[in-house]
Write a protein that binds this ligand. Structure first.
Ligand SMILES: [Zn+2]
Length: 289
């Protein structure tokens, strides 16, 4: 019965008003009714007009990856597409389709359902997509990332395209980096030392539930013990080549909920919008600060 109650609790979040106000002094919640302009919806020669009016292109990067028995394979794409829609609506950027076929690390690639391309292929592929966007005339390109495996290839592609387009600026951000562990601890949503972070963990699961609660099945995954705290806070990159003995997710899953997810996603969205507005405002300042 316990798992049924957890599932009921998760779905109960559906009844709450979309985007409850942000906790701890954030903005009062964005206007979720505002719709972004989508690249695939532009008609004929309209793209030139849109480009000259906004000049900002937004490209979301996701994945198709096993996220535990309780989450959809498109978890990263669902989260970043949802955040990108709101960021595009609030910044008047032109929203490009989410790239979902990407590269996944060895430890998740071993799970059935993960689709993974080689990192060198992704670098070349991302670069070609960015080249095409730059060729349309966009000189400000925001890459919104929803998947850790995109960081390396994404930055490699950006380096190439920036070198070829001397008047272009490309900004790369990962949504979860606006939710550092120390800040998450102050919100008291998740009670493990990493603030709920971790692959398929309660933070990410909540964010998926914020957009697609019907795809999250908390009753399919048990709580896992606290992962070891290797650095005490500072970020690091550790890649294991095997998934033996790992269930494909992490953390105290019972702490996930759609309501928490909506708050988390709002904080990330507000942080990204603030960053983009500051970026565009200070565009003339030399340097890459
Ligand atoms: Zn993920």
């Amino acid at each position: 019965m316990a798992h049924i109650r957890r599932r009921d609790l998760l779905l109960a979040g559906l009844a709450l008003p979309a985007m409850a106000g942000v906790i701890d002094g954030g903005t009062a919640g964005s206007d979720t009714s505002a719709k972004p302009k989508r690249f695939e919806d532009t008609v004929g020669f309209e793209v030139a007009d849109l480009m000259s009016r906004s000049g900002l292109a937004i490209l979301p990067l996701g994945s198709l990856e096993f996220h535990g028995p309780h989450n959809p394979l498109g978890s990263d794409s669902i989260i970043i597409s949802g955040i990108a829609e709101r960021v595009a609506a609030r910044t008047s950027g032109l929203l490009f389709p989410t790239i979902s076929f990407t590269q996944c690390p060895a430890h998740t690639a071993q799970f059935r359902g993960t689709l993974s391309l080689r990192p060198e292929v992704m670098t070349v592929y991302f670069a070609d997509v960015l080249r095409n966007i730059a060729h349309l005339g966009f000189r400000k390109i925001l890459i919104l990332n929803g998947h850790d495996g995109n960081v390396g290839p994404g930055r490699g592609a950006i380096a190439q395209v920036a070198d070829e387009n001397k008047d272009a600026a490309l900004l790369f951000v990962s949504w979860w980096e606006f939710l550092p562990s120390e800040m998450m601890k102050t919100l008291r949503m998740f009670h493990q030392a990493n603030g709920g972070h971790g692959h398929g963990g309660p933070l990410e699961t909540s964010a998926v539930a914020a957009f697609r609660p019907e795809l999250v099945h908390l009753d399919q995954a048990g709580d896992l013990p606290e992962p070891p705290d290797l650095s005490g806070g500072p970020p690091y990159f550790l890649q294991k080549s095997t998934a033996a003995g790992w269930p494909g997710y992490s953390g105290k899953i019972s702490e996930a909920s759609a309501e928490k997810g909506r708050k988390i996603v709002q904080i990330s969205e507000d942080g990204i919008v603030k960053l983009v507005e500051n970026w565009l405002q200070h565009d003339e300042v030399p340097g890459s600060w």
